[in-house]
Design a protein around this ligand. Structure first.
Ligand code: FE2
Length: 377
């Protein structure tokens, strides 16, 4: 399939599920307090909001950190036997909620339900002295959920029930991360088209790009991917499934270790990837190693770019071009003990695609890491 030009989706009248953007991403983690410190120290997020014992919660604690438009909620249970604890036991640390900012959460929920969604949470109105927020949720792949957040009548910090979290003595500088560019889901064998249909039918998304195993394969492993976008293009969810290869693919490895389907990576945008990556590295974030030979052919492949090749090579930043421009991207190693979720840092210079030209180099780099983990067989 032709993959270099992305269809424009501007027909607001046909968009039955208007979404303003990503509202927040909630991760269930073993130790929310330490995770919050990690996201602040290493990724440059800022302290933002807190809910837990001090706000009257008995069963869980959440720290919210923020960087520009990106809000991460880090939640841990305060006792055994909770849904959160079971989620962590099964999956390890991982994304539970991909929250979507809408103008009318009840409408979004009812529309999704009418179109065949499975309910996670009926519409709930939460209030405090700063106003009200309506939230409702549906399941997507695995145990992952989407929560619709309607916050037009709210002026407080994050959500009712949360208090401001201030850390006057410790606020590491931001690293230039701006917004969530896309979030990728890994689903099981032959399940990609099921979830493509789910996003089409339930959410009104459109399949804007497809990659088959001829696009994404190395000597050993393969995967397939379809990119789903909402009507205004602010939400992009590529969906991956494993494909037959001589050895175990990265998607299979993820499914084994996450013990199910889930979010594979969160791609966050920056305006200056060289500066951002240099900063992240100096704070201990580890990235996939790209062989030096990748840079021998890069200018021939992508043509002239604004950046010098030397710092890209030094940092392992990848480059790809499509009809509309080019993009720079790099991938972290998994950020938890299990080889599951990781981050992508991306800078778009016109290109609206996802770095197809980098897939081979990238997957060979991942296979090298799989080999070290003993999971490439
Ligand atoms: Fe990505």
């Amino acid at each position: 399939m032709e993959t270099t030009s992305i269809p424009k989706i501007h027909d607001a009248a046909k968009d039955f599920m208007p979404i303003n953007g990503t509202d927040y991403i909630e991760l269930y983690v073993g130790n929310s307090k330490q995770a919050a410190h990690f996201y602040k120290a290493a990724f440059g997020f800022q302290s933002y909001a807190y809910a837990g014992l001090q706000t009257g919660l008995k069963d869980r604690e959440s720290y919210v950190v923020i960087q520009d438009k990106i809000r991460l909620v880090l939640t841990s249970p305060l006792k055994s036997g909770t849904e959160i604890g079971k989620h962590i036991d099964k999956h390890g640390d991982g994304v539970k909620v991909v929250a979507l900012w809408v103008d009318d959460a009840t409408y979004a929920y009812e529309t999704a339900m009418k179109n065949g969604a499975k309910s996670y949470m009926e519409p709930v109105t939460e209030k405090d002295e700063h106003g009200k927020v309506v939230r409702a949720g549906i399941y997507t792949y695995g145990e992952t959920v989407h929560i619709f957040v309607e916050r037009k009548d709210y002026k407080g910090t994050f959500l009712p029930g949360f208090t401001k979290w201030e850390t006057p003595d410790y606020n590491p500088a931001p690293t230039g991360l701006k917004y969530v560019d896309h979030m990728v889901g890994n689903v099981g064998w032959d399940r990609m088209n099921h979830w493509v249909e789910f996003y089409e039918k339930v959410m009104g998304f459109v399949n804007i790009l497809s990659f088959d195993d001829n696009d994404i394969s190395t000597e050993y492993t393969a995967l397939m991917s379809k990119v789903m976008s909402n009507g205004n293009g602010r939400i992009k969810f590529p969906i991956n499934e494993p494909a037959e290869g001589a050895k175990k693919s990265q998607v299979e490895e993820y499914l084994d270790f996450y013990e199910g389907e889930g979010v594979q990576h969160i791609a966050v945008a920056t305006d200056d990837i060289i500066k951002t990556v240099r900063e992240l590295k100096s704070r201990g974030i580890e990235f996939l190693n790209i062989p030096d030979t990748y840079y021998d052919a890069v200018t021939d492949r992508v043509g002239k770019i604004d950046e010098d090749i030397a710092p890209l090579k030094e940092l392992g930043i990848l480059v790809d071009r499509d009809d509309e421009g080019y993009l720079l991207q790099i991938f972290t190693r998994p950020i938890e003990p299990r080889p599951t979720m990781f981050f992508e840092i991306i800078q778009r210079k016109g290109a609206q695609s996802f770095g197809k030209g980098n897939f081979k180099a990238l997957f060979e780099a991942i296979e090298l890491e799989q080999q070290l983990r003993g999971t490439l067989h």
